[in-house]
Ligand binder design. Sequence first.
Ligand code: E4P
Length: 299
Amino acid sequence: MKIFVDTAIIEEIKKAESWGILDGVTTNPSLIKKAVDSMEDISLEDYIVEILKTVDGPVSLEVAGSCYRDMVKEAKTLYDKFNDVNDNVVIKIPVNTYMEKGDDNFEGIRTIKTLSEEGIQVNCTLIMSSNQALMAAKAGAAYVSPFLGRIDDHLRHAMGLVKGEDYPKDIYYPEDIAQRVRDYKLMELLEDRTPDEVLYNDQEVMRIFDWGNDNGIYSGLDLIWSIQQIYEKYDFSTEVIAASIRNARQVRLCAEMGVDISTIPFNVIENMMVHYKTSEGMKAFCKDVVPEYREILKD
Ligand code: E4P
């Protein structure tokens, strides 16, 4: 599995690169905003050049516009300005830029088609459903980024598992437990009813069927699995980037599923290295080093 770091902060990118584990970088306007807040004495343009030079792998830069004309123009501007630096610019395009009633649903996908035909690699972002991923692959996206953490957040809220906005985002979403609760609720509802009573217009039963899933998707990881199934069946060359990752356990599960790429926040990459028993073992080994052995270790 390739590892991308999901940040625009240069110190984090440089550290990950120095560890020999970095295959690429993803940014978005919110991550650029965070980097700008921490930047000193350097223009944003020079800062982006430094990022591109630091990593010999794809670096995603996102457009800011939301209509076809603006996105194509901005993508070309970003590409022309920066791709010569290290030949590693990938343009991030939202799969769908619909925000208000009446907006066009297909501006993103049209943009992907145009850019891909012109040889500009696209990372199609904000993927929340397998159908969107299918459309993006057909339009020619080199990468798709399903947002697994945001799907888990959405399900948590829809199920009423979250009180208020402030909950620890790094907590693993236990899809299997949520489904057990759902099955239990269903059993309770179905008890003592005849099949006739459980027709599809039974609002309460349908509500429970819908509970804990988003159109048949049961978690962010489930979304990624579903996209992988589709891509494998039709031999799409589009690579899947597991995005919006919240914790190291999700990364492990992505790796077990054989996801092409995970783009991981820097603090989660750090957590991937931590284990209490490793620290305990280190302390014990250091304590046991005898002077004779220390002598041998000197040059
Ligand atoms: C990656 O390409 C996305 O920009 C990013 O993973 C979004 O993550 P978030 O849901 O934590 O903002």
